[in-house]
Design a protein around this ligand. Structure first.
Ligand SMILES: CC(C)(COP(=O)(O)OP(=O)(O)OC[C@H]1O[C@@H](n2cnc3c(N)ncnc32)[C@H](O)[C@@H]1OP(=O)(O)O)[C@@H](O)C(=O)NCCC(=O)NCCS
Length: 234
């Protein structure tokens, strides 16, 4: 008989979660240094409402996390890398006075707990935050984790189009497409050391339906839209 699963809640990150987040980082990205206390403290200093953890109610283990900041998008170029969008992971470029874009800098779920709706719960909190703050949208770079399996036979753009059409499943982008994100571009050199994606990422967007205008939806590159998603709703 299998044990009943512990209930999961998503709430804002607190300093006492830092060691659990570091542990989670090691589980998800064994080859990279985990999120450090210095960077996580910086996130809480500049934008505490934008930082989330998913916690097992029984025992309090951190099983997921997401980190975000607000950007004035005009200050950036879509082709910039993750380090530029996040000021080297510090989020000190957070600009809630002028920005209308929540930038998703990180999201991860413990590998043994994936595909159980935890990522979805975290994204629901992100969308609620955007609605509460009256922001226009969420944008992020979705690294193309499955691209290395196809890189010898198609470009990153072709790969993204196939993922969006549901012909290929990508471990990250398929999740984000399921969560209502549209692809607005494909960029190289987003995460330089990432061998799985070969550095490529899809720039993804979710528009806040309470704020976005029809023009915001029309401005999206139709090349990457699913046929049923090219209407004005999201
Ligand atoms: C991406 C990630 C956060 C998703 O979290 P998760 O808890 O597994 O996702 P959920 O179970 O909430 O899935 C939500 C939806 O996405 C779909 N989905 C999730 N992973 C998927 C995959 N690999 N392929 C296809 N669809 C997927 C689910 O089927 C579900 O769809 P449904 O609503 O129709 O049931 C998680 O896989 C992860 O931590 N990956 C490693 C870190 C990473 O790559 N982060 C992104 C950096 S850009």
């Amino acid at each position: 008989m299998s044990l009943p699963r512990s209930k999961i809640i998503v709430r804002n990150t607190r300093p006492e979660d830092f060691s659990g987040i570091a542990e989670l980082s090691r589980e998800v990205y064994a080859e990279s240094p985990p999120w450090s206390e210095a960077l996580l403290s910086s996130h809480l200093r500049v934008f505490p409402e934008g930082q989330f953890v998913a916690i097992e109610v029984d025992g309090g283990r951190v099983v997921g996390m997401a980190a975000s900041l607000i950007l004035l998008w005009d200050d950036y170029d879509m082709n910039m890398d993750w380090l530029s969008f996040t000021h080297s992971g510090t989020f000190t470029n957070h600009d809630s006075a002028h920005g209308r874009t929540l930038y998703g800098a990180e999201v991860m779920v413990n590998p043994t707990m994936q595909r159980r709706g935890i990522g979805k719960k975290i994204y629901q909190e992100r969308r609620s935050l955007v609605q509460r703050l009256g922001l226009l949208r969420i944008r992020a770079g979705a690294r193309l984790r499955g691209y290395h399996r196809f890189a010898h036979r198609m470009t990153a753009e072709d790969y993204v189009m196939r993922v969006v059409q549901g012909k290929i499943a990508d471990p990250t982008l398929s999740f984000q497409v399921r969560e209502g994100f549209a692809v607005i571009g494909v960029v190289a050199d987003y995460l330089h050391q990432d061998s799985e994606s070969r550095g490529f990422a899809a720039v993804i967007e979710w528009l806040n339906p309470n704020v976005a205008t029809p023009d915001d939806f029309r401005a999206r590159n139709p090349k990457f839209l699913r046929p049923e998603a090219s209407s004005l709703s999201c």
